[in-house]
Design a protein around this ligand. Structure first.
Ligand SMILES: NC(=O)CC[C@H](N)C(=O)O
Length: 317
């Protein structure tokens, strides 16, 4: 059996550079999301990648310092907030099974009596935002506060234009919310929750920030000390393990099985073209490239993560 050469951390910069070079060949194979009008204006041929290691080292390549729209990646952060707020009671409102259906699908909701399959599809994320809307006077600001602490960036915010553009065209998400309300699984006015949800989705981060913000998932629930802040105990090690399990099984909508097969790490994707991946005990990887495949996942992002695990062996040791 041939061994995959294992680059040491000092070689990680070269690994990223190699991946960025190879990825260029894939430009043109996907399309920038256009169902949210303002997202369609993002330049397509962008590629950035960042690694943040639990030892505090970090590596970047390409457009890793350009802010992009997190979109569904925010479902990871709101899920963590809701888990902290209501604990295991969360599972009375949302399931934890892969849906095998598109991220914005309604079909299962009728036969499953308004309980969405998991928190990472739109219906599930809307229920999570509903839970947080009940919990906080200003759910949007509570989320932003949490993200500012995780990135150590007090200026982090949502893009007002993208939030408005999504809110103006959020007909399907509104329908999902009303449908769940008809089953009693939505407690606040859908209009209010949609306002919060669209701001949430329009939050922007760079690859570097996203890798930093998810470090607690690679580090047993504990964030690293950053700037003036001591390391924050975000979740218990047990809860972090469970979040990672959900990312592995449900993080890429109806392509979750394919991502697990190709990459084998817990991940979360978004239609802004971002993907974040967790290598437990090692570090976090974030990648951004706006061209999406038919299921709404970044074409170059998926390729880059697949190459990273091939070149480093991070998914099997
Ligand atoms: N897959 C996504 O990133 C979807 C998020 C987007 N804001 C939506 O609700 O449609």
């Amino acid at each position: 059996m041939t061994e995959t050469p294992r680059p040491t951390d000092s070689h990680l910069h070269d690994v990223l550079q190699q991946i960025a070079n190879e990825a260029q060949d894939l430009f043109g194979r996907g399309e920038v999301a256009n169902y949210i009008p303002a997202l369609a204006e993002v330049p397509a041929r962008r590629f950035g990648m960042a690694l943040a290691m639990v030892d505090g080292s970090s590596y970047t390549v390409g457009d890793a310092h350009t802010p992009f729209s997190l979109q569904s990646i925010t479902k990871l952060f709101t899920f963590v907030l809701a888990l902290k707020a209501v604990g295991e009671d969360l599972w009375t409102r949302v399931g934890r099974e892969p849906s095998g259906a598109a991220f914005n699908s309604m079909v299962q909701l009728e036969s499953e009596r308004g309980i969405p399959r998991n928190p990472f599809i739109n219906a599930g994320a809307l229920v999570v935002t509903d839970i947080l809307t009940s919990r906080y006077a200003h759910m949007d600001l509570a989320m932003l506060g949490a993200l500012r602490r995780l990135t150590d960036d007090p200026a982090l915010t949502w893009n007002v234009r993208i939030a408005k553009s999504e809110r103006d065209t959020a007909h399907r998400n509104m329908a999902l919310a009303y449908f769940m309300k008809s089953y009693g699984n939505f407690h606040n006015p859908p209009e209010l929750v949609l306002d919060n949800y669209c701001r949430q989705c329009a939050t922007e981060m760079t690859c570097t920030q996203l890798a930093q913000a998810t470090m607690f998932l690679a580090n047993g629930g504990v964030d690293l000390a950053k700037g003036s802040q001591p390391g924050e105990h975000v979740l218990s090690a047990d809860a972090a393990r469970r979040v990672n399990a959900l990312m592995l099984t449900c993080g890429a909508y109806d392509a979750s099985g394919d991502f697990a097969y190709r990459i084998g790490l817990p991940i979360k994707t978004g239609v802004g073209g971002g993907i974040v991946a967790i290598a437990p005990g090692r570090g976090t990887i974030s990648v951004w490239s706006p061209e999406l495949d038919a299921k709404g996942n970044s074409v170059l992002g998926a390729f880059a993560l697949e190459r990273l695990v091939q070149l480093t062996g991070w998914n099997h040791d």
